[in-house]
Design a protein around this ligand. Structure first.
Ligand code: TXA
Ligand code: MG
Length: 319
């Protein structure tokens, strides 16, 4: 069932049901983060290992300060003030309010206030914190539309709150505040530079060597087709021995006329922002294009381009 009403979603969440919720990043599959049977069903439906923690989504900052984490350090306050509601997840030592089943045995909790009025209202009316991994089966590409959620989860999702397509399109930046210094566990639209400006310190920026969020496998961001990433359109055009689905800026004059080995031209638009917004739709389209290889031209380094590069590079190494 699909609803456009926050109160309907809130009632379902309170009753322990699984509700797909729109956010600015991707759709989440929400369950009451204090209800162990709802969480058990969430993990079963996703096919997700129980030691893989879920982000707890909250309605507002006052709620975030009260018992979800055992500490609320100055760094959390600064980041929350700067970026919430928004695509940032903050990891802290767990408090007493989340059920351990949401935490995957980590003893820590990942908190986020999403930038979506409809979902924040549903969470507020539910009176709960909402554990919400991306609303896809474990190992599949994240959903950015209601149709993606339906295609992947079908009748296993009790209700979908329809907020339209997600605008950011890639998952939130995760920053871990449980260690001696803040660490980025997953890049997203909030960049290292933005975090550094808000915190007034410099962060380790080497994402290649940084520890990953627990349970983050390369295959998580991969479509079914094998993926090759290239830095330039020239390189993609030269791969003439395969029938490819090409992820690139379709307005580039070098693609008119469309090269014969490009079976599907999947348009990123001409900015990193449009690329991010479309990324997971394009990966799904590639899977149904009939091509035998997906070739993605990476966006330049910087901004949300780093998150796109992270997801695509991981998809390519898992092929
Ligand atoms: O944008 C997003 O973050 C979306 C929307 C729905 O909010 N959610 C999302 O959830 O991407 P998921 O479960 O697909 O990815 C969450 C990541 C996982 O890699 C998980 O390991 C990490 O967050 N995570 C969750 N709790 C954590 C914790 N306590 N410590 C470290 N990492 C954690
Ligand atoms: Mg996910």
């Amino acid at each position: 069932m699909i609803t456009h009403t926050a109160a309907v979603a809130a009632n379902a969440l309170r009753a322990g049901h699984l509700v797909a919720l729109p956010t600015e990043t991707v759709y989440g599959l929400g369950a009451d983060a204090a209800n162990p049977s709802a969480l058990a069903r969430l993990y079963a439906v996703k096919g997700r290992p129980i030691d893989h923690p879920s982000i707890v989504h909250l309605a507002d900052l006052a709620e975030a300060r009260t018992g979800w984490s055992s500490t609320w350090p100055a760094a959390a306050e600064r980041l929350a003030e700067a970026f919430w509601p928004g695509p940032l997840t903050i990891v802290l030592p767990a408090g007493t309010r989340p059920d351990p089943a949401a935490l995957g045995g980590t003893g820590t909790v990942a908190l986020r206030i999403p930038d979506c009025d409809l979902t924040r209202e549903a969470i507020r009316l539910s009176g709960a914190g909402i554990a919400a991994p991306s609303a896809n089966r474990f190992g599949r590409v994240s959903p950015t539309t209601v149709q993606h959620v339906l295609d992947d989860l079908g009748s296993d999702v009790d209700l979908i709150l329809d907020g339209g397509p997600c605008t950011v399109g890639v998952e939130s930046t995760i920053v871990d505040l449980t260690g001696a210094a803040p660490r980025i566990l997953r890049p997203g639209a909030i960049t290292a530079e933005m975090l550094e400006a808000a915190l007034g310190i410099s962060l380790s920026t080497s994402l290649e060597t940084a520890p990953r969020a627990p349970g983050t496998l390369a295959a998580h961001y991969a479509p079914r087709l094998p993926v090759v990433v290239v830095e330039s359109l020239e390189e993609a055009i030269s791969l003439t021995d395969r029938q490819i689905a090409l992820v690139a800026d379709a307005s580039d004059p070098r693609l008119s006329p469309q090269p014969p080995h490009v079976l599907a031209l999947l348009d990123t638009g001409d900015s990193a922002e449009s690329y991010a917004e479309r990324l997971y739709s394009l990966l799904r389209q590639a899977d149904t294009s009939g091509a035998d290889l997906l070739v993605a031209v990476l966006p330049p380094i910087g901004g949300v381009g780093d998150a796109i590069r992270d997801r695509l590079t991981r998809a390519a190494t898992s092929a």
